[in-house]
Each structure stands twice: as C-alpha cells, then as structure tokens.
Design a protein around this ligand. Sequence first.
Ligand code: NAI
Length: 504
Amino acid sequence: MLNTDQQQTVGVVGAGTMGRGIVQLFAAAGHRVHCVDAVPGAARDALDAVGAMFDTLVAKGRMDADAARLARGAMSAHDDLAGLADCTLVIEAIVEDLSVKRTVFGDLERIVPREAILATNTSSLMVSEIAAGCERPERVAGLHFFNPVPLMRVVEVIAGVRTAPDVVARLRTLVASTGHRAIAAADQPGFVVNHAGRGLYTEGLRILEEQVCTHVEIDRVLRLSAGFRMGPFELLDLTGLDVSGRVMEAIYEQFQQEPRFRPSSLVPPRIAAGLHGRKSGEGWYRYQDCEREDAGLPAPAFPDGVSVWIDPEAPDAERLCALAGSHAVGQAEADSVLIVQPWGVDATTAALERGLDAARTGAVDPLPRLDRHRTAMMTAATLPRYRDAAHAMLASGDAGVTMIADSPGFICQRVLAVVVNIAANIAQRGIATVDDLEDAVRLGLGYPDGPLGWGDAIGPARVLTILEGLQRVTGDPRYRPAPWLARRARLGLSLLSPEPARHD
Ligand code: NAI
C-alpha cells in the first residue's frame, strides 16, 4: 500500500487502448486517477472496463478484493479537462497528432497546478516539440508505456531538451510505485525500445530481399537457433505492417537516412495490397485458414561415393565429424564435400579465402548450438550431390536443418550482430545507460537477453568479426561496427562496461 505522501492524483487524457491500461496501472497501485476523453461517455466506459478487469483479476486470485474496491473508488471519469485541476501528474494518451497534442497541453497548462508534471505517451513525435508549445516546457516529459500496459512492465521516461532533471526523477519514482521498471531515455527517434528493436526487422527483411530463404524459414531459424520468442515476420503480422511500415520509414528519416535503419522495398507493395497481418486476416502468413509454417523438405539420402571433410578449424569440428560418422575423412578426397564454418562471410568467400573447391564447399553456421537447429548454405557453385551430402549429414541427428542460399553470416549471425551493434550505438550516444538499455530490451521486446549481454555471450571480438565480414562481403555501410563495440572488442572488455569518467 502507498502511504499518503506517496499517493498522487494522476490525470489520464484519452480513454483508448493506452489510456485504459494507464488508468488501471495507477489505480491498482493505489493512486487517485481522473480519466478524461473528448468523446462524451468514453471515459466512463473506460472506467467500467477497468472495473470489470479488476473483477476478473479478483476472481482469478491475482488481485486482493479490498485493493480492487479501493482502486475502483479512486477512479473518476470526466468529459472535460477541467476535471484535472487537482492533478500532480497528467498523462496524455490521445491521437498521435502534434497539433492536437499541443492544443491539449496548452489547455492543461491553464488548468493544472504550477508544479504538476505534464507527460505524453507519444511513440513517434518529439517530446521537445510537444513541450515547445508550452509556457513551461521544463515540466513536460515523455512517459512511454507499452501495450498492454499492466503486463508490459517497462516505461520509458523521456527527457525533452528543456525537461528539468527533477521532473525525470519524480516520474521514475512514480513509475516505480506501480511496480514497473522506469527507463530513462533521451528524446531520440524510437527512444530506446523501438530503436533497439529495429535490427530484427530490418535484417530479417534484408535476408528475405536477398532470397536467402523464405520468411517462414527466417522466423523458424531465429526462434529455434537464436531464442527469439517470435521471428520478424510473425512480429510484423502481430503489430500490423501498415503501422510497422510507417515506424520503419519514420525512424530512418528521423535518423537522417542512417543506412542501419534503411527500410525494405518489400514492404510498400504489401501494404498497398492490404496484407497488414493478423488484423486483416493475411500478412506474411494467412490467418483465415490457419495456414502455418511448412515443416521443410525431408532430407535427401546420402549420395553414393561422397565423403565428408570437415575443416579442422571449424568451431564444431568434432561434433560435425560425429554427425558425418563413417563418411568422415581426415584428408579431403577428390569426391569429398568440404565443410567450413565461417564467421560473417558467405560460403563463397569462405571457400575462396581458404583455397577450397567452391563446387564442393558447404558451410554450417557455428553460432547456434548444433543440438537445437542447424543452418547450412552452399556457394553459388556447389554441385547438388555435395549439397545433398551436407544436408543428409546434418539431418542425421535429432535437430532440424534449414538449407539456405549463400548469405554472409547465415541468418542468426547477421541478425544478432546487427541487434548488438544497434544497442552499442545506443550506448555510445548515451540515449540510455547500459543497465536501462538491457532491461528495456528484455522487458519491452521480450528478447531472451539484453543485447549487450547477448553480445558478450557470443564474444565481443566475434561480433566484431561478423560485422566486419558482413561489411566486406556486401560493401554496405549499414554493417559498420559502432565505436563502442569495436573499442571494447579490441580491448577485451565486456560490452556492458560503461564509459570511464573523464574527470575525478
Ligand atoms: P486510441 O485511438 O485507442 O485512443 C485515443 C483516445 O483519445 C480516444 O478515446 C479518443 O477519443 C481520445 N482523444 C482524441 N483526441 C482527444 C482530445 N483532444 N482530448 C481528449 N481525448 C481525445 O489510441 P491509443 O492506441 O491508445 O494511442 C494513444 C497514444 O499512445 C498515441 O499517442 C499513440 O501513439 C501512443 N501509443 C500507442 C501504443 C499502442 O500500442 N497503441 C503504444 C505506445 C504509445
């Protein structure tokens, strides 16, 4: 329970998807909450829905009946901003339109007490631009919640350029009082979570653009081998390609056409065709007839006469030899498939750099553990009998196999290296502290690890090698390593190590 000093009077403007969740969160935490919507009766409806949610939680034993009664009594509905006159904090969650938000903030300034904080839940507008329309921009900040608000236990607290430090501190305390984790973020495009989440989408789309494999295979490999809860195409279908497509374009433009965020030309035709995802019944997947992923083609029989040579430098040489069984040979023979495990380059580059016969070379991704899922790719010249030998050999255990076309860094290496690199750039730019960044990604994106911790697990030097390989093979500046990452990798430091102080 909050004591009377901690209890605040919170105003929520906008009783839609986000507003309802915010009302529920603060009321359940013991604060008084006033809810306002421009549509008459909408705030009342929202409170009824929140009350019904409390009943459900009590019935499921997830909320105390007394707490639900108190929370219900602490909520009030208004059709006019004048109802917010005694608020110490007002959170705006109305339509995502700068001029409408500025008008509401101007009206609020005339209604709320002088020391009250005004916060916006905007996800794509600049907090500083909303604040610039106010007489006292120092009390304006961003408070960015995630949907569904009560379950997504992270909130970004965004300081606009003129926001006073004590406003950020007060907001962090208030967020903590709800049990959610407050993340301090700079007023930069996508703040932290939406910025850090770019890599999975952009690289997934890039892999598809290059016809490395199908979107179903990309999703499957990233789930099974890397541990993402959902692949990029499943996620795009969930959020809606129309919404995500706009975010991709906006972040690219707001970061002055930074190549790391370059949107994919695969997206606009699909939006135009109405393939928006779950909500339209069809996106990358079809939802009406429950079509789901294909299980992949069965493995071929091991071709007669072929033997298997494993590069002794391959990180999984022993495991691969065991999989090859009686087909394994210590010295490459005239009819051997040549198996390599490169970092950051394609099978073609790996074969040429090692002086191997590209027509017989196949590559197996060393990044994911081989017992979970195996990804293999051939050079542009590999003959079918050697491809079949590699496929049959990899399929001889329990794990599934995905055969992809030649790709620098397969699927997992390039996606994970890009995710880690973007996070390193967020740290470099001071958009969030390392601790806040890691928690924001774990809680806001549901990744199995924070991105810099993930980079440490792969090995900073290895991530650097992958990025350098990607840049070398593709010539694309999107893969250039962030200085934060490159320096720590070269010095043998953890990617989580903060910048040292410049003065005592
Ligand atoms: P929504 O469309 O569900 O709800 C908006 C509500 O605001 C409606 O009830 C509408 O009647 C009301 N409204 C519009 N203009 C108003 C005004 N001038 N005064 C008072 N009420 C007004 O929208 P949603 O999804 O709840 O989004 C609200 C804000 O939160 C937007 O800025 C959005 O970008 C942001 N956001 C949305 C997320 C989401 O997943 N939906 C996630 C994070 C942020």
